[in-house]
Design a protein around this ligand. Structure first.
Ligand SMILES: [Zn+2]
Length: 212
């Protein structure tokens, strides 16, 4: 008790620990570490759900039951021409910057960075802008170009569902499979921040452990 008092804990944490946990990657690693070290053998999805951390089960922080999951994407075109205010929705996702979403799609010519698919929908090319570190809680990723990928709907769902990730060597790999999907297509004017990819990889690793 004396040692604890000396350390002056803040809600059970020292100032240093609390400060460290402000870093989203450190926070995620702490949650993953706690789960794998002390909570092995319990239903971790259920547990995270109960303590309000269920968002760690997906890259975008949205849950399977959330309405409008990926529904936002169908309105990207509307958003591009309309005001960028919050849409009437039950989802708590922050407003997306439609301009940078359009920018990443345009840079890649609407071709998926994983499979090169270029869809046509209503006589127009169609692709989706995927956030690497999700905008929503608990990820709180930034809405900026280095945190975006241009993906087809299939790979967007797989990326958000933590089924695929971009490895350090730039190869797209499966969380639950061995066969790599090939190298991520890059564009010279679209710099992707490795820190966001690392965050997403850590989430995938965590999801892989929790699902075992
Ligand atoms: Zn694709």
């Amino acid at each position: 008790m004396g040692a604890l008092s000396k350390a002056q804990p803040v809600a059970g944490l020292t100032h240093e620990s609390a400060e460290l946990l402000r870093n989203p990657l450190t926070r995620l690693e702490a949650v993953a570490k706690l789960c794998s070290t002390y909570l092995d053998g319990v239903d971790q999805r259920e547990l995270l759900n109960r303590v309000g951390l269920a968002g760690y089960a997906t890259a975008d922080g949205l849950l399977d039951g959330d309405e409008n999951r990926h529904g936002q994407e169908t309105t990207d075109t509307e958003r591009a021409v309309g005001p960028t205010t919050r849409r009437e929705s039950t989802s708590s996702q922050p407003v997306r910057n439609a301009t940078i979403a359009q920018q990443v799609k345009k840079l890649h010519g609407h071709a998926c960075q994983v499979c090169e698919t270029r869809l046509w929908y209503k006589r127009r090319p169609y692709s989706e802008a995927a956030h690497i570190r999700g905008l929503g809680s608990p990820h709180d990723g930034p809405d900026e170009l280095p945190n975006l990928l241009c993906l087809c709907p299939n790979h967007h769902v797989l990326f958000d569902g933590l089924e695929i990730y971009i490895d350090v060597d730039g190869v797209v790999r499966q969380t639950h499979g061995d066969a790599p999907l090939g190298r991520l297509r890059q564009h010279v004017d679209h710099r992707i921040d490795e820190a966001y990819l690392q965050y997403h990889r850590t989430l995938c690793k965590f999801a892989g452990q929790a699902g075992e």
